[in-house]
Design a protein around this ligand. Structure first.
Ligand code: ATP
Ligand code: MG
Length: 143
């Protein structure tokens, strides 16, 4: 059965600290399928475009600076209820408030360096997936 999708990024801080492997393992263990993945560094302009909804917020300049400061791992994850279930797996935005066992609790250092991104709705998941991946870069895995 095919589920819905969500878009994740492993953020620069987590990549730099060697958490890519452990985070991907947790994602697989939680039942998500990786249907697309790439390792890249966003330009400042790309980060501004990706986070456009937050334009005007006081944290926006730091957020886009940080997200373009080093490579990220971007991936499309598939599962039933992907968006909701992935938000549950990653935990609260602030790692200090995130539940035990969540990716942000385990691998996050601060509200900015919170290890991973996860889409907040099905609509945004599709927009964000299209931001990084063409159709040819997506792979539907068999059971
Ligand atoms: P993400 O979109 O990265 O999955 P989120 O949906 O939990 O995180 P958003 O409200 O969308 O949180 O904020 C986007 C990102 O902006 C957060 O992940 C965080 O790194 C940063 N951010 C949000 N609020 C603050 C804040 N008050 N101070 C500093 N950074 C913040
Ligand atoms: Mg968000």
């Amino acid at each position: 059965m095919t589920g819905s999708i969500t878009l994740t990024m492993i953020k620069p801080y987590a990549v730099q600290n060697g958490y890519t492997g452990p985070i991907l393992a947790k994602i697989n263990e939680a039942g998500f399928r990786i249907i697309a993945m790439k390792y890249l560094q966003m330009t400042l302009q790309q980060a501004k475009d990706f986070y456009k909804v937050h334009e005007g917020q006081n944290f926006y300049p730091r957020l886009v600076e940080f997200m373009s400061s080093g490579p990220v791992v971007a991936a499309i994850l598939e599962k039933k209820n992907a968006v909701q279930d992935y938000r549950k797996l990653i935990g609260a935005t602030d790692p200090l408030k995130a539940e035990e066992g969540t990716l942000r609790k385990l691998f996050g250092a601060s509200i900015e360096k919170n290890a991973v991104h996860g889409s907040d709705s099905d609509e945004n998941a599709n927009v964000e997936a299209d931001f990084f991946f063409s159709k040819l870069e997506r792979f539907q895995l068999m059971d």
